[in-house]
Design a protein around this ligand. Structure first.
Ligand SMILES: *[C@@H]1O[C@H](CO)[C@@H](O)[C@H](O)[C@H]1NC(C)=O
Ligand SMILES: *[C@@H]1O[C@H](CO)[C@@H](O)[C@H](O)[C@H]1NC(C)=O
Ligand SMILES: *[C@@H]1O[C@H](CO)[C@@H](O)[C@H](O)[C@H]1NC(C)=O
Ligand SMILES: *[C@@H]1O[C@H](CO)[C@@H](O)[C@H](O)[C@H]1NC(C)=O
Ligand SMILES: *[C@@H]1O[C@H](CO)[C@@H](O)[C@H](O)[C@H]1NC(C)=O
Ligand SMILES: *[C@@H]1O[C@H](CO)[C@@H](O)[C@H](O)[C@H]1NC(C)=O
Ligand SMILES: *[C@@H]1O[C@H](CO)[C@@H](O)[C@H](O)[C@H]1NC(C)=O
Length: 513
């Protein structure tokens, strides 16, 4: 009797502790960091000089981490290349690298700094996490020796990986992710043989991680959400803004909405390289964002998020395929957006419905402007095809955008200022993919949180008149399966992919361990 009472008590206690430790919401922080760059040199610096530079950056990150923790943040994300910068050759990067073990070794570098050789950067990050009781996400470089038994082994006898690491609030290494989709010119690094799908559990939801250019591809980004059901994506990046569709805050917030996850994007801050734009994005809207081309300062953002955000299903073709295209005989013309040839129609009235098609994609727009200004031209555009510059990927895009000038030849050129507000808009398209990212960007590169929504039948529509003039309203669709080379039937391809995923390395750690 006493035993069973005791057991019941222990069970209740366990239940309470478990319940209490599971959080419905958490506070996320991201830090846009103005990286102290090394002097450009082809000759490798000494390990001491490399560490000195990295410690200068860590001093700045320490300020952000401490401040975030004091304000109650559970996790903070810092940017890609945030500790040593960029512009390296393979050789000049080497002094900055550490051997980063697999998290299954269960290691708290702060408590046991010499267990895996000389790893001062991992030790310092671990201590920052532990001393401030906060999860710390950072990007550093991993080196892994290899030899002739591995036919892929580089000539210098080791792999170099662009690597994200996560230390939990006790300083334990809980995740290590090697960037898979390296950007053009990132020749100082190797890509891992197979994409790594890296997740970890916490009391405030399940997390997945990937880096910068990875966001444009299926693996591991989409897999983390679709098959591993993460709640929140951690996203260190060094993102160069490209208008009209690939500005950091615009595209990253759209990915969060399209995929139905929280998204913590931490960018480097370097206006001369067009690097700015960080944010904390929930599936329904941006919660905090920062875009600053004027100062050289870093910026800390904090916001509360749901640990398990919900995401209603959207059929992206449902509404558009029911629309009868009005037979208006609109004057169509061609124009270029970021090297892709779009089909455009000009929006000539203050309010109207338009349809424009290219190949398999038809885009429909209903809109009402506040006024039809003589000094501004807006168009509706459609693109269905392969993008081939700075990466190859298949797109289907429906876009309403402001042309740079009233000359129609400038439609699609980068423009940052507009004057026309919209009373309402509703944009949809006959997409051949479930992966569509809804973007709304206002004048001076601002987001419009809470001003628009996506309906279950695939319309991106305004909830109220826009709070500022509109640069673009866009549905950015990705046709991942078309990227996969071959004439294999899609079924076979699907199976091959599933097998590939099944063998993918999983790094999963629970806080309860
Ligand atoms: C770069 O070189 C200058 C001049 O030699 C020196 O003052 C500066 O500290 C160096 N910067 C770094 C990051 O090493
Ligand atoms: C990168 O380094 C090279 C020399 O190593 C230099 O010529 C070039 O200007 C640097 N580029 C940037 C963006 O710093
Ligand atoms: C080659 O590398 C593998 C794995 O790193 C190691 O197990 C093996 O002992 C090495 N062989 C030689 C000849 O060094
Ligand atoms: C989406 O809607 C279209 C048109 O209503 C329908 O044909 C299609 O089956 C739907 N797709 C899904 C996945 O439900
Ligand atoms: C646009 O289409 C909607 C829905 O079919 C219709 O209610 C509306 O009157 C149309 N607007 C214009 C300006 O033609
Ligand atoms: C598939 O095969 C056809 C005909 O052999 C060829 O025209 C086409 O380019 C191929 N597609 C791909 C993606 O390889
Ligand atoms: C994370 O949690 C989920 C379910 O709560 C579980 O399926 C998964 O295996 C966990 N990962 C690990 C290994 O802790």
């Amino acid at each position: 009797m006493v035993t069973s009472q005791l057991l019941a008590y222990v069970a209740l206690l366990f239940f309470c502790v478990f319940k209490a430790s599971s959080l419905d919401t958490f506070i996320a922080a991201v830090y846009e960091h103005a990286v102290v760059l090394p002097n450009a040199t082809l000759t490798p610096v000494s390990p001491e000089e490399a560490l000195a530079l990295m410690n200068r950056n860590l001093d700045l990150l320490e300020g952000a981490i401490t401040s975030a923790a004091q304000q109650g943040a559970h996790i903070i994300v810092t940017p890609e290349d945030g500790i040593y910068g960029w512009n390296f050759t393979r050789e000049s990067l080497y002094p900055y690298l550490e051997d980063i073990p697999h998290p299954q070794v269960n290691w708290i570098p702060c408590n046991n700094p010499n267990r895996f050789g000389h790893t001062p950067v991992q030790e310092r990050l671990s201590c920052l996490a532990k001393d401030n009781s906060i999860y710390v996400v950072a990007n550093i470089g991993d080196k892994k020796p290899c030899n002739a038994s591995d036919t892929q082994c580089p000539h210098d006898g080791h792999y170099q990986y662009n690597t994200d690491v996560v230390f939990d609030s006790q300083g334990r290494l809980v995740a290590r992710y090697h960037k898979h989709n390296l950007f053009m010119g990132e020749n100082q690094f190797n890509a891992p043989m197979e994409p790594e799908v890296v997740t970890f559990n916490t009391t405030f939801g399940r997390f997945g991680i990937f880096t910068c250019f990875d966001i444009l591809f299926y693996d591991p980004a989409v897999t983390l959400v679709k098959d591993f059901h993460v709640d929140t994506i951690l996203f260190p990046t060094a993102w160069m803004n490209v208008l009209p569709h690939l500005s950091a805050i615009e595209f990253h917030s759209a990915w969060a909405m399209g995929m139905g996850v929280n998204f913590l994007a931490s960018n480097t801050h370097n206006p001369s390289m067009k690097m700015t734009g960080s944010g904390i994005y929930a599936p329904d809207s941006a919660r905090a964002f920062h875009y600053d081309m004027k100062t050289e300062e870093g910026k800390l953002l904090l916001s509360q998020l749901e640990s398990h955000p919900s995401h209603p299903a959207v059929n992206w073709t449902s509404y558009a395929s029911s629309v009868e295209a009005p037979a208006t005989g609109n004057q169509e013309f061609k124009g270029i957006i970021f090297f892709d040839e779009y089909t455009f129609v000009e929006l000539t009235g203050v309010t109207a419905n338009y349809t424009v098609c290219q190949k398999d994609l038809c885009c429909h727009l209903s809109y009402q402007m506040s006024e039809k200004r003589a000094d501004e031209v807006y168009v509706l555009g459609a693109f269905d095809g392969l993008h081939t510059v700075e990466g190859q990927y298949h797109l289907q895009v429906c876009t309403l955008l402001k042309c740079k000038t009233t000359d129609l030849n400038t439609c699609g050129d980068s423009v940052e200022i507009a004057s026309t507000r919209f009373e309402m808009f509703s944009l949809s398209g006959t997409f051949g993919t479930p992966y569509v990212f809804p973007e709304v960007l206002l004048s001076e590169i601002q987001l419009a949180p809470g001003e628009f929504q996506v309906s279950s039948d695939g319309r991106l529509f305004s909830l109220k008149p826009t709070s500022g003039p509109v640069l673009t309203v866009t549905l950015f669709g990705r046709l991942y399966e078309k990227d996969w080379p071959s004439n294999t039937s899609s079924d076979l391809l699907g199976q091959a992919l599933q097998i590939m995923l099944a063998v993918v390395v999983l790094v999963v750690y629970s806080l309860y361990w």
